[in-house]
Design a binder for this molecule. Structure first.
Ligand SMILES: [Zn+2]
Length: 239
């Protein structure tokens, strides 16, 4: 079966990649640049991960999406939402506010449909792999299992070939995903899971907070310290 992965270079997509490769192959990794602050870091992380796993990698530029995105994930005149760890599970309150503060219009729907264009030219049937997670599905509906079911229905009509979206991480919490990443030995120092464009993970945005908490829940405080304090800034030598 052919496969394409949507690879942002973050925790979830890196682990989804490694999980999928346990029993299937991947033909292509796609990374999207839509003007997000962390675009350079994400592209570099995805390039490193794709090379590590021996997968062809392509970056797709979507400048129109930057023009249409009003939130701080893209707009540098707005402050990125910061979240306390104690607010991560406040899905009716602070976590919902954070999600709204980084929303990108129809992002996952668009990315999957672009991947389906590439998938139609692969051997059939083909899979599109995404790194969704159950924690963020509570506030990002396009991260959910229901969304996967819905878009698979849609692809039956919009694609001529058999294309199925799968997410091996969609039912997992971030802690579950870290546990799987540890089991699979993913290269932790290649991951960029931060909304900011700083030289190292900011540690304060929702994505950083969830990643850091998940490492702690797995008893990986030392690894967390390396990831958040040391590794990324030392990777200037890794081109
Ligand atoms: Zn961050």
């Amino acid at each position: 079966m052919a496969g394409i992965i949507l690879l942002s270079g973050g925790l979830d997509s890196a682990v989804a990649l490694a999980l999928h490769l346990e029993s299937h192959k991947l033909d292509l990794a796609l990374t999207f640049d839509y003007g997000q602050r962390s675009g350079k870091q994400e592209i570099r992380a995805a390039r490193l991960l794709a090379a590590y796993y021996g997968i062809a990698h392509k970056v797709i530029f979507l400048p129109f999406l930057a023009e249409q995105t009003r939130t701080a994930l893209v707009s540098r005149d707005k402050d990125l939402p910061v979240l306390a760890e104690s607010d991560l599970d406040d899905i009716q309150g602070q976590a919902l506010v954070s999600a709204a503060g980084v929303w990108v219009p129809n992002r996952n729907g668009l990315f999957i449909n672009i991947a389906a264009v590439y998938a139609e030219n692969l051997e059939q049937p083909a899979s599109i792999i995404t790194g969704f997670n159950s924690e963020e599905a509570a506030t990002f509906p396009d991260n959910s299992v229901d969304f996967i079911s819905a878009i698979n229905q849609s692809l039956k009509y919009s694609a001529r070939q058999i294309i199925t979206v799968e997410s091996p991480t969609a039912k997992l919490t971030k802690a579950d995903i870290v546990r799987e990443g540890l089991r699979l030995g993913i290269p932790w120092d290649y991951i960029w899971s931060c909304y900011s464009d700083q030289s190292q993970l900011c540690g304060e945005c929702e994505s950083c907070r969830r990643f850091r908490r998940a490492l702690g829940l797995n008893g990986q405080d030392n690894l967390a310290d390396k990831i958040f304090k040391n590794m990324w800034q030392n990777k200037e030598t890794l081109k």
